[in-house]
Structure formats: structure tokens, C-alpha cells
Design a protein around this ligand. Structure first.
Ligand code: URA
Length: 217
């Protein structure tokens, strides 16, 4: 693994850029307000979206600059779909949309059974051509990994063929769970924390991302 603005092992990318780490620290702090938390989530998702999209294919295109004709590069082929795992995933859609305003958006609704911590699906809406798109599946927290695995299981059934999982914070348990179930899905995150507590929360973490994004409790 190399230490640069992103730490790669190809399957798991930790975006260690100083701006990302600084903003993540602000998000973690207990006293950060809902409005600040929301803005930070948007900014961070834009910054890690940049890494998540680093392998998008390019194609050459002939253009005219004011000076001369040249061969330049533009995004090629497959289009993007952002898929939010409800509800917290919605908090990191806007930053990604700042980067790719024309991306389609899908939603998967799962809730965690408080007893078993297992995910239960209650909503699924995807673009018709999702199978022809590169999908960024987004959820701020990769905690147990159960929701991510269930969402990706469902998305594969629905025809999604190429996916990247984008989160702000991950646990080692969540990464292991997702890698085991879906080794073809790359994970992009800002940090990997110590681990999970007995309630399935990431420690030290940042608390409940959905509650902090939407001001609920
Ligand atoms: N979901 C959250 O919002 N926070 C955690 O720590 C774990 C799951």
C-alpha cells in the first residue's frame, strides 16, 4: 500500500487526503450542528467521489480550442447511476451530483432489525437501464456490512453489473463482510475505524449518521 492522497489496495481505497481527514474530524465532533454536518457530508462525498470515479473510461474526441484543433478526452461509454441506501445515503448524494449532474439516481430502502441487526427491504426504485450503468452505491456508514451486502444482492438481482461502494466511514467488520459477499465491488471510504460496539455502531465513529444528517433522534 502506498501513502498518498488515497491509500489503495485496489479493493479498498481509503482517501487520506488532508482535506478529507480534516472534514471527517469535524463531522465526528459531538458539538457539530446538523447544518454543518450536512454541509460536511456533501463536501466529503464530492472529495471521495473524485476517487470513486478514478477508473471511469475515457475516449478521445476532436475539439477546437480558440487556438487550434486538438484531440482531447471525455468520459466514454457507460453512464453513471448513484444508488442511495435510504435514508442516510441521501445525505451524500448531493456532493456526488455536483461532480456528475446528469447521473441517474436509484434508491434502495432497507431498515435494520434492532434485534437481529439484519436488513429488511421496504423500497427499491432504479432506472430501467441500470444494467448498462456504472453504479456508485452510497451509504455514509459501512458498519456491520449487512445492509450493504443485502442492497448489493438486490441490485445484482435487478441487473446492476458494475458497482463501487462509497461510504464516509467503515469498520473492519463491515469491510470483511462486504468483501466476502461481493469481492467484485470496490470500497471507497474516508477512514476505517477501530470496530463495532455491541449495538452495531462504529467506534469511535460519528454516531448515527441519519439522525445527524436529518436532525432526528
Ligand atoms: N449507522 C450509523 O449511522 N452509525 C453507525 O455507527 C453504524 C451504523
Amino acid at each position: 500500500m502506498t501513502q498518498a492522497s488515497a491509500t489503495h489496495d485496489d479493493d479498498v481505497i481509503v482517501v487520506s487526503h488532508p482535506l478529507v481527514q480534516h472534514k471527517l474530524t469535524l463531522m465526528r465532533e459531538r458539538q457539530t450542528s446538523t447544518g454543518e454536518f450536512r454541509n460536511l457530508a456533501r463536501e466529503l462525498s464530492l472529495l471521495i467521489g473524485y476517487e470513486a470515479m478514478r477508473d471511469l473510461p475515457l475516449e478521445p474526441v476532436e475539439i477546437d480550442t480558440p487556438m487550434e484543433r486538438m484531440q482531447a478526452w471525455r468520459l466514454a461509454g457507460k453512464k453513471l447511476c448513484l444508488i442511495s441506501i435510504l435514508r442516510a445515503g441521501n445525505g451524500i448524494l448531493d456532493g456526488l451530483l455536483d461532480l456528475v449532474p446528469s447521473a441517474r439516481i436509484g434508491h434502495v430502502g432497507l431498515y435494520r432489525d434492532p434485534e437481529t441487526l439484519e436488513p429488511v427491504e421496504y423500497y427499491l426504485k432504479l432506472p430501467d437501464d441500470v444494467g448498462n450503468r456504472i453504479c456508485l452505491v452510497v451509504d455514509p456508514m459501512l458498519a456491520t456490512g449487512h445492509s450493504a451486502v443485502a442492497a448489493i444482492d438486490r441490485l445484482k438481482q435487478a441487473g446492476c453489473a458494475r458497482m463501487v461502494f462509497v461510504c464516509l466511514l467503515a469498520s473492519p467488520e463491515g469491510i470483511a463482510c462486504l468483501r466476502k459477499a461481493h469481492p467484485d465491488v470496490r470500497i471507497v471510504t474516508c477512514a476505517i475505524d477501530r470496530g463495532l460496539d455491541e449495538h452495531g455502531y462504529i467506534r469511535p465513529g460519528l454516531g448515527d449518521a441519519g439522525d445527524r444528517l436529518f436532525g432526528t433522534k
